[in-house]
Design a binder for this molecule. Structure first.
Ligand code: C2E
Ligand code: MG
Ligand code: MG
Ligand code: MG
Length: 290
């Protein structure tokens, strides 16, 4: 009896594994198709200059609507793209699309100071990346300072010999680099001396705990201190409440991003958001706007 039960369990697991593998393959195929046929989009989340209340920049975030599954989270399809060799194409697409969109906003007379694009570590394996970025900027008549590349601390685990060279070249060209989700990774702080970053993004887990956790407050303040002493801009991510915003402002955070100000928006919705804000701006002090 035990034997037959065991066999039953085995075949249950194998069919379950088979199902998962097929699901994954189907998702991979659909993602590849979406990438080839223009089925991915970028949404843009405003980043706010705390002192002036003005727009500091926008972060481009990939969006994918699957024909049957609906909206698929980047937390799902970005790792998939990394595993199945699509991430380089996805990164190239995001860079091109974000720069094209920024140039279009400028043509429309909308004041968007800069765009940030997330890149996975493996995008930096490509020695052509600096050249590709320079071409993309040129093609869209943008300056290197118009673009920020967000990387995560996992880049430090990357042993590919091209990675550092590519990062240095991109930086030498004048493109800004930002350390995303700062404080959650492998945080040997010494790497901040080796990586030419201009910006740190305080991970939103610290922001989420600010109101109730003294340790989170101490750490967000300490991280700001580190950033300041290295002349880096520190951006607080995931600001959802007015209280968090006040606390970050009091700690001296120069830039904040989060649902309190706006969710990531389609280009059209961002345009409306900007126009509404520009119309309100003269009447409101920065504090009141927030
Ligand atoms: P991230 O780069 O740290 O982006 C911030 C994430 O936090 C976004 O999730 C954003 O929608 C979300 N967020 C913003 N404000 C708030 C807030 O106030 N509260 C909460 N709870 N969340 C907030 P999203 O768009 O789902 O992206 C998740 C992650 O996927 C990104 O984290 C990034 O690591 C990755 N990702 C997204 N687009 C791309 C891309 O084009 N390329 C690469 N390589 N990665 C991407
Ligand atoms: Mg990011
Ligand atoms: Mg982040
Ligand atoms: Mg993240």
């Amino acid at each position: 009896q035990a034997k037959s039960q065991g066999r039953g369990r085995f075949s249950f697991f194998s069919s379950e594994m088979n199902r998962l593998a097929q699901e994954r393959l189907a998702l991979e195929t659909a993602l590849r198709k979406a990438l080839q046929e223009g089925g991915l989009r970028l949404h843009y989340q405003p980043q706010i200059d705390m002192a002036s209340g003005q727009l500091y920049g926008v972060e481009a975030l990939a969006r994918w609507t699957h024909a049957e599954l609906g909206e698929v989270s980047p937390a799902r399809f970005i790792p998939l793209a990394e595993e199945c060799g699509l991430i380089a194409d996805l990164g190239r697409w995001a860079l091109g699309e974000a720069c094209r969109q920024l140039a279009q906003w400028r043509t429309q007379g909308l004041a968007v100071p800069a765009v940030s694009v997330n890149l996975s570590p493996s995008s930096f394996h490509n020695l052509d990346l600096p050249r590709m970025i320079a071409d993309t900027l040129d093609r869209n008549a943008l300056a290197p300072q118009d673009l920020t590349l967000e990387l995560t601390e996992s880049i430090l685990l990357d042993t590919n010999p091209s990675t550092m060279k590519t990062i240095d070249e991109v930086h030498a060209h004048g493109v800004r680099l930002s350390m995303d989700d700062f404080g959650t990774g492998y945080s040997s702080l010494s790497y901040l001396r080796r990586l030419p970053v201009s910006e740190l993004k305080l991970d939103r887990s610290f922001v989420a705990d600010l109101e109730h956790d003294e340790a989170a407050r101490a750490l967000s303040s300490a991280i700001l201190g580190i950033g300041k002493s290295l002349h880096l801009t520190v951006v607080a991510e995931g600001v959802e409440t007015a209280t968090q915003n006040v606390m970050l402002r009091e700690q001296g955070y120069p830039v904040a991003q989060g649902f309190l100000f706006s969710r990531p928006l389609s280009p059209q919705d961002l345009e409306q958001w900007l126009i509404r804000r520009q119309a309100e701006a003269p009447a409101l002090a920065p504090v009141a706007q927030l």
